[in-house]
Design a protein around this ligand. Structure first.
Ligand code: SAH
Length: 366
């Protein structure tokens, strides 16, 4: 694995991309993002220690165990609302280090028969993170007997399903299209005169459905095809499902470039040192909800993460945890405050449910 601090001049993926762009022309932003994460030699997915204090970015389950615990209880209660089917597919998309699922299973054992009824399905594209998840869950005493890993949700067997995804959608590549001279154009990654990567305006395109015909000048719209693919996989399921999607992004329609790179907990230039930073972009919940409804699915929310966790009882959970671990009380409180922060994760992050029609809205949306 390449060291983290590869200089930009000898960054191996940069050399590869330079050749590719020289040969084939500029890359749509989506293809650049895809190359950065999935290059078989130098892609970001080959890295193991990307999430957590020692990595590049920290996620909610790594900040506080209450996050996974409340989601575990949410899964169990949602299972009861489905009529307690057995077996039930418990699916996580992009499980990271496996922390959320470990904490979720520990909490969910308090609901009788749920973990016995659940078969666990972890959808993970990164072999490196899959190994981390296996190690995390192997240490968990409450794991259901059957845990299987998949590269795509389409591989998860049919049957009633409860699906959770935290910071999964933001990692799926986006296209960017930019409005200029009265028409939409693909935004691309090109080479400048010095051979450095640079954003540029690509070919004129016909905007897909839903894109405004007369946007503000220089508007940028971000399009994430992976959402359609996920929704198509969900609609193909013959049994009812409930999917909880938590991610960062605005609740209402929005324009603008939100592509961001984070390395070692700091924002970085998304075009510098490709393959060595986490590349993500906002999830546009209003657009996602529209696509889900168009696919004949029901949508609940989005609501802010603070509202979601607050209604699930994070304050009570934290109080009990602090009483049981007085030595860790300050750290527990700080973690919960970070998840709920009105100027941070509590507002920026949203929780939204996409589910089969005909089911009641799950807690705490109902
Ligand atoms: N949910 C975890 C990790 C978030 S990071 C947490 O909250 O800590 C994004 C996760 O999605 C990583 O595990 C990453 O490897 C995985 N991932 C990214 N793209 C994917 C894809 N196309 N299919 C499956 N998993 C993917």
């Amino acid at each position: 694995m390449p060291p983290h601090e590869t200089g930009s001049s000898d960054n191996p993926l940069l050399l590869k991309l330079r050749k590719r762009i020289g040969r084939d022309g500029p890359l749509p932003v989506s293809e650049y993002m895809q190359a950065c994460v999935s290059d078989p030699e130098h892609g970001y997915w080959r890295r193991r220690d990307t999430i957590g204090a020692a990595g590049d970015f920290v996620t909610a389950p790594e900040i506080s165990q209450t996050f996974g615990e409340l989601i575990g209880l949410w899964c169990a209660v949602t299972w009861q609302q489905l009529g307690s089917p057995a077996p039930v597919r418990l699916v996580e998309l992009g499980p990271g280090r496996g922390t959320l699922m470990r904490d979720a299973l520990r909490a969910a054992t308090r609901v009788p028969r749920f973990t016995e009824a659940a078969t666990l399905h972890l959808v993970e594209i990164s072999d490196a993170l899959r190994q981390v998840q296996q190690a995390t869950l192997a240490r968990a005493p409450d794991q259901p007997a059957a845990a299987t890993w998949h590269r795509d949700i389409a591989e998860v067997p049919d049957g009633p399903a409860i699906i959770v995804a935290n910071e999964f959608l933001d990692a799926l590549p986006i296209r960017q299209i930019v409005y200029a001279n009265g028409a939409w154009h693909e935004r691309v990654v090109a080479l400048d005169a010095e051979g450095a990567l640079t954003f540029a305006q690509g070919a004129r395109i016909e905007p897909p459905a839903g894109v405004p015909r007369e946007p503000p000048p220089s508007a940028i719209v971000e399009l994430r095809d992976g959402e359609e693919q996920l929704l198509a996989s969900l609609t193909r399921r013959s049994q009812p499902f409930v999917a909880l999607l938590i991610d960062y992004g605005p609740g209402s329609a929005a324009f603008g470039d939100t592509l961001q790179a984070v390395r070692r907990h700091e924002y970085a230039d998304p075009l510098a040192k490709p393959g060595t930073a986490d590349l993500t972009a906002h999830v546009l919940f209003a657009a996602l909800a529209g696509k889900a409804r168009a696919a004949a699915l029901a949508v609940d929310g989005p609501i802010t993460q603070a509202e979601f966790l607050g209604r699930l009882g994070i304050a009570e959970r934290a109080t009990r945890l602090m009483a049981a671990n007085p030595g860790k009380a300050a750290a527990i409180e700080a973690g919960v405050q970070r998840l709920m922060a009105p100027t941070g994760m509590g507002q920026l992050f949203k929780a939204m449910v996409v589910r089969s029609r005909g089911l009641p809205p799950p807690v705490p949306f109902g």
